[in-house]
Design a protein around this ligand. Structure first.
Ligand code: ATP
Length: 739
């Protein structure tokens, strides 16, 4: 975009909302200058710049007043007074009361279904409720049944994920979220959800996987100064900043070494993220850094603990700041910049400081600590939160975090002289079968432990690369959705549907809804936290005729007890009439900010989602991932579509109904008819399995065929061999013009 960006400051009074849309092929940068604000339930960090990509539609809301600056080329930006946020937060408060009651009575938390016509803000309300719940340390199951614009995976699928962390604004992963498709699905590729057992949590990104393997396969390169136990993160991090390098070396050799070598003097047991976890790093290999004195993570805990004390939550018990961390560190042992850092706290600390320095030039003693990289990653909410302003430091750290560390401090201080933290050894996490080799914080992250000892937990979780977890937003653990990228999701459970409207194959849609409800029940039976936290179910805008019938089917399958109807009284009164008495049907106003999209825009947004699945969200204008084209023999893949053409009644075999055809598996021959179609990679081992009821590893595109060689070119998010040979056709197509 050649047009110059202009900068504008907006002062918002309490309960006002700044709404803006980013033009096509443009970006906008948002910065909170003063006060507190949130975007769809995720709080903004003061001084941090958030980049919004083309066509983003954003609402910055403030409960207390704030000043924000936007640099953009924009068509629309205005401050709105009348928002339904108070109503929405009251809904949240009511749901929270139900969760508390469920907690006390050991019963099930609220199952909430959000319904309404298209473009009334259903997904946004789900996000808000999930974020607010996550900020209260809940772990709600997000079930996304909107096959047209779903958020858990690409369009044409239905998915569910546990949201334990508020969506980040950008940056963690990371999981996110709505990064999500990409990450999650790739994660899924290597280790699909184990439906019977509950979810299989892999580590959402391919990256994670890489890292994971890295840990095992590619230990430190000491000569170079780096000891990389978890290159992944590292790789990821650098990758994203040097995507060109990545592209040149498409197959994973990428930037890892190359980049690592650039900086000597660090001993990094686990890159960035690692630092966050710190515990592991310390344990595995004490820092050998020039000038770094790394004691133990606990200091961290102490610090964060204090934070909690000092600044208790203002919003429903949240204390989103842990200002002391930095203060304490700085006070007790200021950084020795010439030598490198001298740090009393874990690596995280150093990372944090480093990042801070990068992001926001020092205000005190040369440091300006904003929401350090890692920190943000881990704390997520913190970043969002309310930057502490103590002694000039602006620090964010979510409450949960503080708590964890707090407890750690109390229960088991680090025994530095003895080596590292007996804690690690002596205090395996006692969380439902998790065996965690690291301090509590660690357990939150659930990670590095895995590096050394992959967990196989009773709960059915398989935790591979905790680190990733951290980096990736740890959606699974405790983080609300990301603002720019969406949710941070760990190994969502995704089912193939194949179309972008439920009406295209209603019998299949119904079947999948029932199957998803079964899986969610299994998950909540196994996890008390999820059970108490309840479910938030997003639906599509199909509400008339069979669409209305589908809403009743969803409500029945999930046994919902609350239905939130957005913006349509007729639907409200119909549901009120038809639902059993114990179901609370509530009519909510639609926000005036919700943007209506025409068919063309909807289709663009779907294409965008698919592209994002393969290339990841844009970071500073660059793709964060790239897909891998591989050639596979026709013999190694079995292609199917779901649904055979309808037969006249007279030709139906005895006992068969017309609808049965709709859920039939029809084999396909490779040919031009399948070119550029997206396929779901089923977890079914053979067609004797109930293929339709199996979830999917992820998605690939058949981007070319060679009838002479009898091979197809498959574009996949992972360079690995396809995890399964059964591929299911989707309506969606994707032309990879970047390859
Ligand atoms: N208060 C707001 N201000 C500005 N934009 C908003 C606001 N609320 C929602 N939006 C934007 O409006 C668009 C539509 O909202 P959303 O996706 O939540 O609607 P929906 O009802 O779920 O749509 P669908 O028909 O796909 O189900 C989204 O891009 C969202 O970011």
């Amino acid at each position: 975009m050649s047009e110059e960006k202009k900068e504008e400051e907006y002062r918002l009074e309490k309960d006002q909302e700044l709404r803006f849309e980013v033009e096509a092929r443009a970006t906008a940068t948002l910065e909170l200058l003063d006060g507190m604000a949130e975007i769809f339930g995720t709080e903004l960090t003061k001084g941090k710049k958030y980049l919004f990509e083309s066509c983003s539609k954003v609402a910055v809301y403030t409960w207390h007043g704030c000043v924000v600056k936007i640099s953009f080329v924009t068509e629309v930006a205005y401050i709105a007074d009348g928002t339904p946020m108070t109503v929405y937060v009251n809904v949240h408060a009511a749901l929270e009361q139900m969760r508390q009651k469920a907690d006390e009575e050991r019963s099930r938390g609220p199952r909430v279904m959000v319904v309404g016509p298209t473009d009334v803000g259903k997904s946004t309300l789900c996000r808000l409720l999930l974020n607010y719940a996550a900020r209260l340390d809940r772990a709600s199951v997000y079930v996304d049944l909107d096959v047209g614009q779903g958020e858990v995976s690409i369009p044409g699928t239905i998915g569910a994920a546990v949201v334990e962390r508020p969506a980040e604004i950008k940056g963690y992963s990371i999981n996110n979220s709505l990064v999500f498709c990409n990450y999650r699905c790739r994660a899924v590729v290597e280790r699909p959800a184990e439906i019977e057992e509950g979810y299989s949590v892999n580590a959402p990104l391919v990256f994670c996987n890489y890292r994971c393997r890295a840990v095992v396969e590619r230990p430190a390169e000491i000569e170079e100064g780096y000891s990389i136990n978890a290159p992944l993160v590292f790789c990821n991090y650098r990758c994203s900043s040097q995507s060109k390098t990545c592209r040149d070396k498409r197959q994973y050799k990428c930037p890892l070494n190359y980049r690592c070598r650039e900086k000597k003097g660090y001993s990094i047991n686990a890159p960035l993220v690692f630092s966050v976890i710190t515990g592991a790093a310390v344990i595995v290999r004490p820092a050998e850094i020039k000038g770094c004195s790394i004691n133990a993570p606990l200091v961290f805990s102490v610090i964060t603990g204090a934070a909690v004390v000092e600044r208790p939550a203002e919003i429903k018990g949240y204390s989103i700041n842990a200002p002391l961390v930095f203060c304490a560190a700085v006070v007790e042992r200021p950084a020795e910049i010439e030598k490198g850092y001298s740090i009393n706290a874990p690596l995280v600390f150093s990372v944090i400081i480093g990042a801070a320095v990068v992001e926001r030039p020092a205000e005190i003693k040369g440091y300006s600590i904003n929401a350090p990289l890692v920190f943000s990653v881990i704390t997520g909410a913190a970043v969002v939160g309310r930057p502490a302003e103590i002694k000039g430091y602006s620090i964010n750290a979510p409450l949960v975090f503080c708590n964890y560390r707090c407890r750690a401090v109390v229960e088991r201080p680090a025994e530095i002289e003895e080596g590292y933290s007996a804690a690690v050894v002596e205090r395996p996490a006692a969380i439902k079968g998790y065996s965690i080799n690291a301090p509590l914080v660690f357990s939150v992250i659930t990670g590095a432990a895995v590096v050394e000892r992959p967990a196989e937990i009773e709960e059915g979780y398989s935790i591979i690369a905790p680190l990733v977890f951290v980096i990736t937003g740890a959606a699974v653990v405790e983080r609300p959705a990301e603002i720019e990228e969406g949710y941070s999701l760990n190994a969502p459970l995704v089912f193939h549907y194949g179309h972008t409207s439920p009406s295209s194959n209603y019998p299949l849609f119904k079947m999948l809804v029932s199957r998803m409800a079964e899986c969610v029940n299994k998950k909540t039976e196994k996890s008390k936290k999820c059970n108490v936290s309840g479910c938030i179910i997003n639906t599509g805008g199909w509400i008339k005729g069979a669409g209305y019938d589908s809403l009743k089917h969803i409500a029945g399958s999930f046994e919902v007890d609350v239905i939130l109807v957005l913006g349509q009284e007729r639907l409200y009164s119909e549901l009120k009439r038809d639902m059993p008495d114990f179901v609370n049907v509530i009519l909510l106003p639609k926000s005036g900010g919700v943007v209506e999209r025409n068919q063309h825009q909807r289709s663009d947004s779907r294409d965008q989602r698919v592209r994002e699945y393969f290339y990841g969200p844009k970071k500073n204008g660059d793709d964060s991932f790239f897909p891998h084209p591989t050639e596979v023999s026709y013999n190694d893949i079995k292609l199917y579509k779901i649904g055979a053409p309808a037969l006249p009644d007279s030709m139906l075999p005895l006992g068969m109904k017309k609808e049965d055809n709709k859920t039939k598996l029809v084999p396909l021959q490779p040919g031009t008819n399948i070119l550029h179609h997206v396929f779901s990679v089923s977890t079914a081992k053979s067609i004797e399995d109930a293929v339709l009821e199996c979830n999917v590893y992820g998605h690939v595109v058949i981007s070319g065929i060679d009838p002479d060689k009898q091979t197809a070119t498959v574009l996949s998010p992972s360079p690995e061999k396809l995890p399964s040979s059964i591929l299911l056709l989707m309506d969606m197509q994707f032309m990879d013009i970047d390859i």
